[in-house]
Design a protein around this ligand. Structure first.
Ligand SMILES: Cc1ncc(COP(=O)(O)O)c(C=O)c1O
Length: 372
């Protein structure tokens, strides 16, 4: 069932399990950031990542906490993916640090290890030593993490993995979000699983977990009265949101399977009809295919977008590169401007929600077919 008969890009899909959990949370009286659902949800995530996990009220706040825990402060340099959502980079500015944007590779559209190397050499000449890298896995497809991890180790750079879009994706069998010093996922309404809004921070050890938990709850010191020695935030996740997340997490595998089927459906539809490019899934990686995204030839791109809109079907531009955004205009960029322009101007994300039935897919491809 689609609201107003509209086919959405990536809508939240909930059923009786989420409704039951939310009712149970309300009945229990635990509607604060504490309760059995926050315990269960963080335990499930900790088992999945085999690391300590702190629930947060958004993916953005989890990135901010990761930067705080990494010791990032005013005027520090932080490397960052360029082809991603602005929330990957905003927390760098919250810390008054200085982002340096690194461009994409053609294969995965993710941060290119070659451009990263180039940036490190360029910054060294300027006597700049970046302290951290925030890397995003665009649309749930893994970046080339072996090369990126090696470069970070070699240059003593902390790695923060923004796996907001990549829950359920793997690299060498390891969940994305677990490979960096810190990792984050998002449970925003359009993500593969959602709590309506919410996120999680994946941490290296118990001490960091306890410190992150303290910062996320207004940095209260251990005392019988209100004592605050450092800056804190209100970033914890409520038990009601965790009630939704709990039920959603149990369906993660099914959701990944369906999203991959949808991606492969589009791919086989395009075969022999039109040449499209798409994100490569390297042999050692497995993508949740959060959004099925393709680069179409210029000749059909605009017509496809208009036609889908006229038929009440939502689609999206790909990311407008961060180095092009007014808010980030003063910062350095190392990469291929032409490639990023092409991704933005010729790319389209097609409906990818796991609620899409085969009839919906036939309707979408029926409309696309008229323009191919
Ligand atoms: C790559 C990326 N990073 C960070 C975020 C921020 O997550 P949230 O919306 O949960 O704050 C999102 C999604 O919104 C995202 O797509």
């Amino acid at each position: 069932m689609h609201k107003n008969n509209k086919i959405y890009l990536s809508p939240p899909c909930v059923d009786d399990a989420e409704i039951k959990n939310v009712c149970d949370a309300l009945h229990s009286g635990w509607i604060s950031p504490l309760g059995s659902f926050t315990d269960d949800f963080s335990n499930k995530l900790s088992r999945y990542f085999k690391k300590k996990v702190l629930l947060t009220n958004s993916g953005t706040s989890a990135i901010h906490l990761a930067l705080r825990l990494s010791g990032i402060k005013e005027n520090d340099y932080v490397l960052c993916s360029d082809f991603t959502f602005a929330a990957t980079a905003f927390p760098i500015l919250y810390q008054k640090a200085i982002p340096v944007f690194i461009g994409s590779e053609k294969e995965t559209w993710n941060l290119s290890p070659e451009f990263l190397n180039e940036a490190l050499a360029g910054l060294k000449k300027k006597n700049i030593h970046p302290k951290a890298l925030v890397i995003a896995h665009a649309y749930g497809v893994a970046a080339q993490m072996d090369k990126i991890i090696n470069l970070c180790k070699k240059h003593n750079i902390l790695l923060i993995e923004d796996a907001a879009e990549a829950l359920g994706s793997l690299y060498n069998g390891t969940p994305l979000g677990k490979l960096g010093d810190y990792g984050i996922v998002s449970f925003n309404g359009n993500k593969i699983i959602t709590c309506s809004t919410g996120g999680a921070l994946i941490l290296p050890d118990d001490d960091k977990y306890l410190y992150a938990q303290k910062l996320a709850t207004q940095a209260k010191e251990k005392a019988d009265y209100y004592k605050h020695d450092e800056l804190g935030y209100n970033y914890a996740q409520s038990n009601i949101l965790a009630a939704i997340g709990n039920a959603q997490f149990d369906k993660l595998n099914k959701k990944v399977t369906r999203r991959r089927e949808i991606f492969n459906y589009y791919l086989s539809f395009f075969k022999d009809k039109i040449e499209v490019s798409y994100q490569k899934e390297y042999k050692n990686s497995f993508s949740n295919r959060w959004l099925s995204s393709f680069i179409f030839p210029e000749s059909v791109n605009k017509k496809i977008k208009e036609s889908l809109k006229q038929n009440n079907i939502e689609c999206r531009y790909l990311w407008n590169p961060l180095h092009k955004q007014k808010v980030f205009k003063n910062y350095l960029f190392y990469g291929d401007k032409k490639l990023e322009k092409q991704l933005f101007e010729q790319g389209i994300s097609l409906p990818s929600g796991d609620n899409l039935g085969n009839k919906d897919l036939q309707k979408i491809t029926g409309i696309l077919e008229k323009h191919l």
